[in-house]
Write a protein of this length. Structure first.
Length: 352
């Protein structure tokens, strides 16, 4: 991408043309709990299809018929549903789908980062093709982010959408645990400076705020969309855990300190608001990455995960204060989070 293109990743609250999701099909993503998951999807799509188009990836026409039947029974707006028979390995389009960008003339393009299933699973090749499918569908300009190597070659960069969040005006949030630590294995040998240059070139980012670690139970090694999110150009909502015995207490407290110390492009502090964490959600002895920060901002709507927890009300009220012009709707995610992702993880916005 050349500098004169001036493409930039819009904020999530900017107007959407659509939301992209993939229909759940792999019971192994929710072992022993898969049965309710398609119905959770139906509830999510029911709300989204009232405010914007929803593109749904399915493996084949049989899956499409089954999904459409369920969605109609649940009250989804079928006129706004668009199915695509593109095979997927998993359903987390926040990470495998395209990251859309837009230039000052209003032209939308997409960035096609490499997806390697969080350097955890061998089956990721179907998911890695999704941005190419979208670009072909739309005839849309597509950029494939790379960095130069010392031997003169280039390396395609790995990046998941859940690892970044932006205010739409050149500032980006991410974590060192996810993109820089030795355990993450996304881009070995790629430096902080190279990543920041790539964010500038492909996403229009002028400043990166590096937090440290993500939340407990996050198998992606520190995705920022479970801990800290922009809710306005100069406002950041970040999760905190006051219980000093909880393993989330220290990392979230350190992130809060970093956010208070951060400055915007004008050298001024951000407005920092806090979001509680639910009590630990456990299943089969495993702590799950339950977090209210994994909300999704759609047109006139915010979908927020809930966990049958007293803090559900505080989280919903906090989000309502942040988005007074949008309806804030809770989606029960106690079963859903066993897939190690929630509402933001499953969605990818397409700007209008």
């Amino acid at each position: 991408m050349s500098a004169e293109d001036q493409y930039r990743m819009p904020a999530e609250w900017s107007p959407h043309a659509a939301t992209w999701i993939a229909w759940p099909h792999n019971p192994e993503d929710w072992p022993n709990k898969f049965q309710p998951i398609p119905w959770v999807y139906c509830e999510i799509v029911r709300h989204l299809s009232q405010v914007e188009d929803v593109h749904i990836l399915v493996n084949d026409e049989s899956d499409q018929r089954r999904a459409l039947n369920m969605l109609r029974r649940q009250g989804g707006n079928a006129a706004r549903l668009h199915f695509h028979c593109w095979r997927t390995d998993r359903v987390w389009l926040r990470d495998s789908g395209p990251i859309f960008v837009k230039n000052p003339e209003g032209e939308v393009a997409l960035t096609n980062w490499k997806f390697n299933a969080w350097a955890k699973y061998d089956n990721w090749r179907n998911d890695d093709l999704i941005p190419k499918h979208v670009a072909k569908l739309y005839g849309m300009k597509s950029f494939e982010p790379t960095v130069p190597l010392s031997d003169g070659k280039t390396k395609r960069l790995v990046l998941e959408g859940g690892s970044i969040d932006t205010n739409g005006e050149g500032v980006l949030l991410t974590t060192e645990e996810c993109l820089l630590s030795d355990v993450q294995q996304r881009n070995p040998g790629v430096s902080r400076e190279q990543l920041e240059c790539a964010f500038a070139e492909y996403l229009g980012i002028e400043k990166v705020i590096w937090l440290n670690r993500g939340c407990a139970g996050d198998d992606t090694h520190g995705h920022v969309d479970d801990i800290s999110r922009f809710v306005g150009v100069n406002t950041i909502l970040t999760a905190v855990e006051p219980n000093t015995k909880d393993e989330n207490h220290l990392p979230l407290a350190e992130n809060l300190e970093r956010l208070h110390a951060a400055r915007n492009l004008k050298g001024r502090p951000f407005n920092i608001k806090t979001l509680p964490m639910p009590a630990p959600v456990m299943f089969e002895g495993q702590r799950l990455p339950a977090s209210y920060a994994n909300f999704y901002i759609a047109n006139d709507l915010v979908l927020a995960p809930t966990f049958n927890d007293p803090n559900d009300r505080i989280a919903l009220n906090t989000l309502a204060e942040c988005f007074p012009e949008r309806a804030v709707t809770g989606i029960h995610c106690t079963d859903f989070i066993w897939g190690l992702g929630a509402l933001h993880c499953m969605t990818q916005q397409e700007p209008s």
